[in-house]
Design a protein around this ligand. Structure first.
Ligand code: ADP
Ligand code: ZN
Ligand code: ZN
Length: 738
């Protein structure tokens, strides 16, 4: 009797094990022989159906063979994930202590997880309707963008979404002309994709000497990590573009990762304008079908460039030749729930396995990366000169101790804003708190508007008027009377962007005040509209949160005001000062980007704090060195390796008991020593959130390996303990938030 072939499958369950199945009943032996790892399989699981990933076929099982059930179907004979990527994800699941099936399902597009076939759709294009064809050349003159699209369609017959984006025509124009009956949707011609004569749509710029030196240091066709260190506007993207050109010329693909709020239509358009090859994008603004399409195009090699946020690191790209991570220090590269991976760190692993270069770009690199550069593991490339010869901004630290502030602004700050507007310039005001005021206070008894479900205060919002918890989403009306003493003297406490916006409108009634935060940009295209208005160059005041700090170019802003520089300095998270420095420098970097030189006013109660002084007068490198010294003394990353065991429950004593048990187990596996020690259980930074009490146990190790071994054994022990079923818990390896 021939031995039976079995399928070993990873399924998206919290169970840390694989499952064996018999092959689907209708499957022939020869089909079975051809099956390879990475294929998606539909299987019965309990009373449900699930999509799993085939890890291997085999001939014996540790499970009771009588009880094995047949798989339902092989979804597609072509593996969804090639073996290199499958191995990378399995490695990551092991490293981050995440069940394999969950890791795999995070890595796969939603539609594939749901069992959809991995088939490409024909690309949507636009063409002129009969009515549109009747329009004369030069029609629609009153809207230049509409005229441009009409003209392009008169010349080319059909245009794809990326063709249109490359012309810098916004999607709203497509809609307008469709509504007018001038253009209509169609499909791309069913031809094999034409290999363009040249990869370029637009000729590359001549690199500056400094860019050229940096570019020449990049070794193609081998593993190498380069930190490309340069401020916004120093020409990093141009170096990326030319490095990408190099791999495209070799028939390879390029993967570009950007922060969540950095992936704007402008970013994508910049790549599409340069290259005549297909550029695919993967980000949260797409629907599931669009995501699947981009993913499939990358996998088939049709898309030669993929630009995406964090999870794009898991896209199969058969001819990947380079990975680029822009703003590598950005927090959004680390996933904060489920599969808690760092896309930046996995990029290092993926590049290493593929023997390709990785470029990490930032003006304010993470301390991990800077340390790697200092240790010689990464090469450190510098771009100093600002393209276009703009001078660096002048920094003014404004000591506000004892000063009277109106609505958060010092008198000098107000005067400076007025002068700048009067001179016809734009001003950017940075305040990293959305809403009207951080909370509501009773003037008579000191009552504060706490969230009933969390240990945080509720934010006051004005439009519409309500109290909102930014941690659990709980909302309620603003009370008229103090719930505690019935006084009607309730007052908003502190400063939010809405409140500053109102104050600025009051002071500068003739100047447009433009607010940029999560609330004001919630609608699709809202950010585009705002950017368009600002790019007109008319005097205006931009007020907003960190959304203003990233990626956008505001050439006419000559004054940046930072209302409160102190927030991060005394944070209980050891990464607080690092993040504060990165954010402040990024905000400050928005000033004077083109011909006009800029100025930054920074209001602070701690102008003489060594970190603030160093940051602004000696620069980021010196600031980073200072923090690195501290981290070395206090035994924190990047000199040590951390992991957290996070636990939360409705009744605090259960999570605490669980973590005490975990510590006890850990100590019995690995007694605490200077090499590997434990801290906790301690309450999380916000102890109660959404009615759950949160605690954590911290592991601190001199090396990765013993920490990994310990965690693996510990997780196994915890899984086997009944208490672990009563707690929501997770391991967070290399946590970025404490
Ligand atoms: P970064 O990515 O560091 O913010 P960019 O590459 O976007 O910098 O460059 C900033 C501006 O300078 C862009 O408008 C870009 O077109 C221009 N630029 C960059 N490199 C050159 C160059 N070598 N020659 C001319 N202009 C350049
Ligand atoms: Zn009161
Ligand atoms: Zn809450």
């Amino acid at each position: 009797m021939p031995s039976l072939t079995l399928l070993e499958i990873a399924l998206p369950t919290p169970l840390r094990r694989r499952f064996d199945y018999l092959p689907p009943e209708d499957m022939s032996e020869s089909e079975l022989q051809r099956l390879s790892a990475g294929v998606l399989v539909r299987v019965p699981f309990g009373h449900q159906e699930m999509t799993g990933v085939l890890i291997q076929t085999k001939t014996h099982t540790d499970q009771n063979i009588e009880k094995l059930r047949p798989a339902l179907a092989i979804i597609d004979q072509t593996p969804a994930l090639d073996s290199a990527l499958l191995e990378l994800i399995l490695w990551a699941a092991d490293y981050y202590q995440c069940p394999e099936g969950e890791a795999l399902s995070t890595a796969l597009p939603v539609l594939l997880r749901q069992g959809e076939a991995a088939e490409e759709r024909r690309e949507t294009c636009w063409q002129l309707t009969t009515e549109g064809k009747g329009l004369p050349a030069g029609a629609l003159k009153r809207s230049p963008k509409q005229a441009l699209l009409l003209e392009a369609l008169q010349a080319h017959n059909k245009l794809s979404r990326s063709d249109i984006a490359a012309l810098e025509i916004p999607a709203t124009i497509i809609k307008t002309l469709t509504d007018k009956g001038i253009i209509e949707k169609t499909f791309a011609d069913e031809t094999t994709p034409k290999t363009p004569a040249s990869i370029f749509r637009q000729a590359p710029l001549t690199l500056s000497d400094e860019q050229q030196i940096a570019f020449d240091q990049i070794s193609f066709g081998q593993f190498q990590v380069s930190l490309l260190d340069g401020a916004t506007g120093s020409g990093k993207t141009e170096v990326y573009l030319q490095a990408i050109a190099k791999v495209l010329e070799h028939g390879q693909q390029a993967l570009v990762l950007v922060p969540e709020i950095g992936l704007t239509p402008q970013t994508i358009a910049r790549f599409q304008k340069r290259f005549a090859v297909e550029v695919a994008a993967l980000h949260s603004g797409l629907n599931d079908r669009e995501r699947l399409d981009a993913w499939l195009h990358a996998r088939s090699g049709k898309a030669r460039i993929l630009i995406g946020t964090r999870s794009a690191i898991f896209t199969p790209m058969p001819a990947l030749g380079i990975i680029i991570i822009d703003e590598e220090h950005d927090g959004s590269f680390k996933q904060q729930d489920g599969f808690r991976y760092s896309a930046r760190d996995l990029a290092v692993v993926r590049a290493n396995r593929l023997q390709i270069p990785l470029i990490l770009g930032s003006a304010t690199a993470s301390l991990e990366t800077l340390n790697n550069a200092q240790q010689g593991r990464y090469q450190h490339l510098h771009l100093h000169a600002r393209a276009g010869n703009a001078k660096p901004a002048e920094i003014q630290l404004l000591d506000i101790r004892g000063q009277t502030l109106t609505e958060g602004f010092a008198l000098d700050t107000k005067i400076a804003i007025g002068n700048e507007i009067a001179a016809g310039n734009q001003v950017l005001v940075f305040l990293n708190r959305r809403g009207y005021a951080p909370t509501l206070e009773c003037h008579d008894c000191g009552w504060l508007a706490n969230c009933p479900h969390c240990d945080v205060r509720m934010t006051v919002h004005q439009t519409p008027r309500h109290l909102h918890c930014h941690h659990c989403g709980h909302q309620r009306p603003v009370p008229h009377k103090c719930p505690s003493c019935k006084s009607s003297r309730l007052q908003p406490l502190g400063q939010g962007t809405e409140r500053s916006e109102i104050a600025l409108r009051d002071w500068f009634p003739n100047t447009p005040i433009i607010r940029v935060d999560r609330d004001s940009t919630r609608n699709k295209n809202a950010m585009d509209k705002i950017l368009n208005e600002v790019h007109q160059g008319e005097p205006c005041i931009l007020i907003g949160t960190q959304m203003l700090a990233k990626g956008h170019h505001f050439a006419d802003v000559t004054l940046v005001v930072i209302i409160d520089a102190d927030a991060g300095l005394f944070s209980t998270d050891f990464r607080g000062p690092e993040r504060m420095g990165q954010l402040l420098l990024q905000v400050a970097g928005r000033a004077g980007r083109a011909e006009k030189s800029g100025r930054v006013i920074l209001q602070s109660h701690h102008t003489d704090h060594p970190l603030v002084q160093t940051l602004f007068f000696k620069g980021y490198q010196a600031f980073a060195d200072l923090i690195l010294q501290e981290r070395q003394i206090t035994q924190l990353p990047p000199f040590r390796y951390l992991a957290l065991l996070r636990a939360e429950t409705k009744r605090p004593e259960i999570a605490l008991e669980f973590l005490k048990l975990a510590r006890h187990e850990a100590e019995s596996i690995f007694p605490s020593s200077p090499q590997l020690n434990y801290l906790g259980p301690l309450p999380a930074m916000i102890e109660r959130r959404g009615d759950r009490f949160r605690f954590q146990l911290q592991f601190n190790s001199a090396q990765r390996k013993p920490l990994h071994l310990l965690l693996t054994q510990l997780v196994e022990k915890l899984d086997a303990n009944a208490l672990s079923k009563r707690v929501r818990w997770a391991v967070d390896v290399d946590p970025s938030e404490m």
